[in-house]
Design a protein. Structure first.
Lengths: 430, 258
């Protein structure tokens, strides 16, 4: 990597189109992906780890301080006692009329029945009490919500506006439902305390797998794996983007000739490093603080991943995913004129999925040798992506992970060298 | 006159497994070397191999200057492809700046030391145009100016006269005539009339092999099929005779096969 390559890379990055497509758009897109990952993780962790005491608090918030009510009425507090308005005949016309002081409003609910005077509205009174001001029992009146009670399975509720839909969602934040959810969680907590720490023993692994610690290990594993995948995807696309852009403008050959192939490829590598570096620099702090916040807020059991575990796992995972993307890229590039060229992109995915199925199936086998088979599979690049991905969860020993990483690196070097030769001979075809 | 020596030994360049260029032995000197041959004869392959863009499967090819120093693509050569080269979405001015920054580490080189070529190739009127607004000829003029600005010892042109009108062809020929005192040229072209006037050495390629190489006179004599003593045919007629011969040979081969 010489200063002249760096100069070339900077000059290329200053081309507005390349600057935008290499750095700006992917950065925004990738940050969007990271933030979505965190939101989804937060939501899932919160859903799976919520305790009965927190749930009880949430129920209280939802019933007494509903955000939906704030949207509808400008206040999240419970509404005053529900008033039931039974409509009667109008003396001046053939229409029906509400009782005095019961003029209908858009945010009311109407139960349309043939005999308003004698209809038993106690059930509706119970579920809407505290959420709306008036419940009309009438023949044809129509506020934002109308309900036609025609027996079990035949009752129809219609919202006549978005506000009507919001009103129909309010009974679900009912205190009854909430307290039953809290009850359910207490039962689950009881079972948990009776069973204690759950772990799984696998023959080839000396330590047992702590299932209870998965709450913290799993989100870290999945988020880091997705981060590595996004970074590799960005790296792969960087090469293609630069070469495609230069080729489309007929500048590829004169530029490669004028700079020398070595300097030219070095510049593309530098651009790739810039791109991935910019992505990682922006996303790692967000991911770190986001995940830490989620885990410290919602998960009480600490992760069982040590820094050494993490480094070895990251090395194996990055190497195997890098090899997979390179295989996909080369396969597609070398067969780009084939009718089904796009299929070549999925070659490593098919290999990895085959490995994943075989690895999962081996857990059902009742033989001790299945453990050895799993260890061997874990050490094979691409085929063993699934066991490597799950390594922090399954406490995979260091040796197969290290072997996997080293073999993947060797394969990558071999492929890149062959690829470089092929690339040089087909520069115009990229 | 800037002379260069082009030499090749046991050179074989292949696309996948198909041979594109096979040269057993080549050694010639010239200041304007022309590459002639039918489509697919191997002209562009030869240029790309010289530029180091294609790796020979076996053998080697090299160009040396009159002091015997090996010429390197990134330091001593310039290349203008058939379609020229300018980024479609940036102005010619920005493109010149980019190249000057890459080659000279000075974005305004084209306004100072390189301004002679900007003027000579009529670029001032194009500076504010974007690449996509240029014709093929204009794109080639831009790349030619940039090639000259890098002050190469040899300038490689791929089909530079293709699609040029009489005026532009004469302009380019004049530039080559002027510049050949300072640098050599290697020009691949189908325009025999032009090649005959500007080149001193010709290489005729046929199906990736050298059919003939030497001075224009030597090539004309080699392909002369009239065999009238004392007469001399033009390069255009010589090449026509050569092509007739190839077709005849290929027809005979087909006849034997069928």
């Amino acid at each position: 990597m010489s200063p002249s390559s760096l100069r070339l890379a900077v000059a290329l990055a200053r081309i507005p189109h390349l600057g935008r497509s290499l750095f700006l758009f992917p950065l925004i897109l990738s940050l969007g992906i990271v933030i979505s990952q965190l939101l989804l993780t937060g939501l899932l962790v919160r859903m799976t780890t919520i305790s009965s005491s927190v749930q009880a608090k949430n129920v209280e918030i939802q019933t007494d301080h509903s955000p939906v009510r704030w949207l509808l009425y400008g206040s999240n507090a419970r509404r005053p006692e529900l008033r039931v308005c039974r409509w009667g005949d109008n003396k001046d016309s053939s229409d029906e009329a509400p009782p005095a002081g019961c003029n209908p409003d858009r945010l009311d609910v109407a139960i349309q029945v043939s005999d308003p005077k004698n209809f038993d509205a106690s059930t509706y009174q119970r579920i809407f009490n505290g959420h709306i001001d008036r419940l009309h029992i009438c023949k044809t009146c129509r506020p934002d919500v109308t309900i036609k009670p025609e027996g079990v399975g035949l009752t129809k509720s219609t919202a006549h506006s978005v506000f009507g839909l919001a009103i129909l969602s309010l009974p679900y934040t009912n205190n009854d439902i909430g307290s039953r959810r809290v009850e359910l969680l207490r039962v689950v907590e009881d079972i948990r305390s009776i069973l204690g720490e759950i772990s799984m023993s696998i023959p080839e692994i000396s330590n047992t797998i702590g299932i209870s610690a998965l709450k913290s290990t799993l989100p870290i594993t999945l988020n880091v794996a997705l981060l590595v995948m996004t970074a590799l995807w960005l790296a792969l696309r960087a090469h293609r983007k630069v070469l495609d852009y230069l080729s489309r403008n007929d500048v590829l050959l004169p530029l490669a000739a004028a700079c020398g192939k070595e300097r030219f490829y070095s510049a593309i590598w530098i651009l790739t490093i810039f791109r991935v570096g910019a992505f990682l620099a922006a996303s790692i702090p967000i991911m770190y603080y986001g995940l830490s916040d989620i885990l410290t807020t919602y998960v009480d059991s600490p992760t069982n991943i040590t820094p050494l575990d993490f480094i070895i796992w990251l090395f194996a995972l990055s190497s195997t995913l890098a090899v997979s993307t390179i295989i996909a890229s080369i396969s597609e590039l070398q067969h780009r004129h084939a009718l089904l060229s796009v299929c070549y992109r999925f070659v490593p995915i098919v290999i990895a999925l085959t490995g994943a199925v075989a690895w999962s199936f081996s857990f059902i086998l009742p033989y001790q040798s299945a453990g050895i088979l799993r260890l061997i599979m874990s050490a094979i690049p691409v085929l063993g992506i699934a066991p490597i991905l799950a390594a922090p969860v399954t406490n995979l020993p260091y040796f197969p992970m290290l072997l996997h990483g080293v073999l993947a690196l060797l394969t990558m070097i071999l492929l890149l060298r062959r690829n470089a030769r092929w690339f040089a001979a087909h520069l115009e075809e990229v | 006159m800037s002379l260069v020596s082009l030499s090749a030994t046991n050179l074989s360049v292949r696309y996948s497994e198909l041979p594109a260029l096979e040269i057993k032995q080549l050694s010639l000197k010239g200041s304007v070397i022309a590459l002639l041959g039918h489509n697919g004869a191997g002209k562009s392959t030869l240029i790309k191999t010289l530029l180091g863009l294609l790796e020979p499967a076996t053998g080697k090819i090299s160009i040396t200057n009159k002091r015997g120093e090996l010429l390197r693509a990134d330091q001593h050569m310039a290349f203008c492809p058939e379609n020229g080269a300018v980024f479609a979405d940036i102005k010619v001015e920005r493109y010149l700046e980019l190249w000057c920054r890459i080659k000279h580490n000075n974005g305004s080189y084209y306004r100072k030391e390189g301004s002679r070529y900007v003027e000579r190739l009529g670029l001032p009127e194009l500076l504010l145009k974007k690449g996509r607004e240029l014709s093929k000829g204009q794109r080639r003029r831009v790349q030619t100016a940039l090639g000259f600005m890098s002050d190469p010892e040899i300038f490689l042109f791929d089909e530079p006269f293709d699609g040029l009108d009489v005026q532009r062809t004469n302009d380019l020929m004049e530039i080559v005539e002027e510049e050949k005192t300072q640098r050599a040229f290697l020009i691949s072209s189908h325009r025999m009339d032009v090649i005959e006037r500007i080149s001193d050495v010709v290489i005729v390629l046929q199906h990736g092999r050298i059919a003939c190489a030497g001075s224009v006179l030597h090539v004309c004599q080699t392909f002369d099929d009239k065999e009238i003593p004392g007469s001399q045919i033009s390069l255009t007629d010589a090449m026509r005779a050569h092509l007739r011969k190839i077709r005849l040979e290929e027809g005979l081969k087909d006849g034997v096969r069928s």
